[in-house]
Design a protein around this ligand. Sequence first.
Ligand SMILES: CC(C)(COP(=O)(O)OP(=O)(O)OC[C@H]1O[C@@H](n2cnc3c(N)ncnc32)[C@H](O)[C@@H]1OP(=O)(O)O)[C@@H](O)C(=O)NCCC(=O)NCCS
Length: 183
Amino acid sequence: MFLVKAEKVATVQKPKFGKGVIIGENVEFGKDVVIWNYVVIGDNTKIGDKTKIGSFCDIGKNVDIGKNCMIQAHVTISNGCKLGNNVFIGPNSSLLNDKFPHSKCLTPTIIKDDVVIGGCVTILPNVTINENSVIAAGSVVTRNVPPNTIVKGVPAKPMMTREEYEMRRKRFIKAKKPKNLVP
Ligand SMILES: CC(C)(COP(=O)(O)OP(=O)(O)OC[C@H]1O[C@@H](n2cnc3c(N)ncnc32)[C@H](O)[C@@H]1OP(=O)(O)O)[C@@H](O)C(=O)NCCC(=O)NCCS
């Protein structure tokens, strides 16, 4: 990998970069992308409009990340993984690509649109998380997740539907008084 410092990247609209960002060759950024501190991005990776990448993330080669995604700190996205639009990934989560290291037979993870992945989640190689699903914090996902499904645990198993999750989410937000919210 030929690495350049972020300040040398020439794109139509340069992303907002923090300190210590290292970018490979042929990396493409959409509009209004934000990359926080000490992030590494591999060759030929694409990052869509309005996506934000938190500090200390390791984004591999040939990764596609869609528009309006939020990738929190210390996330690893292995070579070749594909993410749709509006994907959220909580801190310390990993998307893997090599089931039997070092097999050199890479089978990257695929994350479809509007998926929410909690913190400290591991998605095993060759797994697809389908649209609108949610992975609970700390889960290890070993099988494909159908659309609109919330899964939890090790190995991850269905817990509820996205509809039920949204009902619980609204109830949770309504119950919180502004003074109790952490800014
Ligand atoms: C999935 C989630 C939304 C469920 O919240 P909830 O609907 O309020 O669920 P509850 O807390 O009522 O728990 C229901 C049951 O699931 C279990 N459970 C909840 N979250 C779990 C998790 N992450 N892993 C394993 N079990 C879990 C609870 O222990 C409880 O089990 P029980 O019925 O045997 O007692 C939430 O637990 C979660 O993981 N959120 C993601 C948080 C996160 O990673 N944020 C990242 C940004 S900071």
